[in-house]
Design a protein around this ligand. Structure first.
Ligand SMILES: NC(=O)c1ccc[n+]([C@@H]2O[C@H](COP(=O)([O-])OP(=O)(O)OC[C@H]3O[C@@H](n4cnc5c(N)ncnc54)[C@H](OP(=O)(O)O)[C@@H]3O)[C@@H](O)[C@H]2O)c1
Length: 297
């Protein structure tokens, strides 16, 4: 189970949650009504994790940009399509905003009249601050930001939660329960979200790119594509699981694979000469910097 306190010294009363958390071990989610406005690349995995946590399909309403799109997403994800955004929101306990960041504030202006006064609004948007969300809603609205990554769809992702001032302890516990099947769920501050995006939100995309590049080279070296796929993916999963389970520092685990004069040592020397380490640092740094820019615009 994830130790949220160890990972985030600034955590605010974090109920532990992780892949092993059973639905029902926190607040009972049966009967909690959730509206997801924008079930796309990120909203879709959020829908899956909420259903896995125990939200009932009939209580999880999806509103996309058109009725046809809402129905398509609801069928694919096993939830319910709402006729309109307003209908989705009207009786909701929790409203998840999964639209693009530039759409979030306009969307809030559209739905604020329909929003029940005690509803909790969860925004997934990068760069839209709690203060901006709060300003777009009536005073004392409960607003929280959640920064997930797409591996939450298989219960192996990460979610950073940023709690607004009006969120009650019960609502905070509810959000942890809602994301309890996502993977690692941690409370973070808005200052930490830029680093969080580099290390989790955007990192999933970088890892996909690394896997793709490694697979292409495995094919170039002569492996069939399906074998290359499974070897690269299994080795990356196995390496991560080894570190997670043993707590070994990655540098020590790497030294354990590099025999003197051997293949890994030779390959690793090429890794450093090619500037892969610096390239990875620059990649993550660019994502964090872009997040800082978006928060200021
Ligand atoms: N992608 C990630 O890895 C990731 C990670 C962390 C956070 N986020 C955040 O997640 C949010 C969504 O990003 P995304 O990558 O999932 O985008 P996306 O795949 O384009 O999904 C956007 C969704 O919003 C819907 N939508 C568009 N206009 C709408 C409207 N007027 N009313 C209702 N629904 C509308 C779209 O419906 P249609 O399909 O019908 O157009 C689509 O389902 C962003 O704020 C982003 O910052 C994304």
């Amino acid at each position: 189970m994830a130790d949220t306190t160890a990972q985030n010294p600034d955590a605010t009363t974090p109920p532990a949650s992780g892949p092993g958390t059973e639905p029902g071990s926190g607040p009972d989610l049966a009967g909690v009504r959730v509206a997801v406005i924008g079930a796309g690349n990120m909203g879709g995995p959020v829908v899956r994790t909420l259903l896995a946590a125990g939200v009932r399909a009939e209580d999880l309403r999806i509103a996309n940009s058109s009725t046809a799109s809402s129905e398509r997403a609801a069928e694919e994800l096993g939830a319910t399509a709402a006729r309109t955004r307003e209908a989705a929101v009207a009786a909701a306990d929790v409203v998840v905003l999964g639209v693009k960041p530039y759409q979030v504030l306009d969307l809030l202006a559209e739905i604020r009249e329909e929003l029940p006064s005690d509803a909790l609004v969860i925004s997934l948007a990068a760069g839209i601050t709690l203060a901006q969300l709060q300003q777009a809603l009536p005073a004392q609205s409960a607003v929280l930001r959640a920064m997930p990554n797409t591996p939450i769809s298989v219960g192996e992702g990460a979610v950073g939660l940023m709690r607004g001032a009006a969120v009650t302890d019960a609502q905070h516990a509810l959000v942890h329960a809602l994301f309890s099947r996502a993977g690692v769920v941690v409370d973070i501050t808005e200052d930490q979200v830029h680093a969080f995006i580099a290390a989790a939100g955007s990192l999933a995309g970088f890892v996909f790119a690394i896997i793709e590049a490694m697979t292409e080279e495995a094919v170039r070296q002569g492996l069939k594509r399906d074998l290359a796929d499974s070897l690269v993916q299994q080795t990356i999963r196995g390496a991560a699981t080894m570190l997670l389970e043993s707590g070994t520092h990655p540098a020590l685990a790497k030294a354990g694979v590099c025999s003197p004069g051997g293949t890994t040592a030779e390959g690793y020397a090429a890794f450093e000469r090619a500037g892969v380490r610096a390239g990875l640092a620059a990649t993550m740094s660019a994502a964090a910097e872009r997040s800082r820019e978006l928060s200021q615009s």
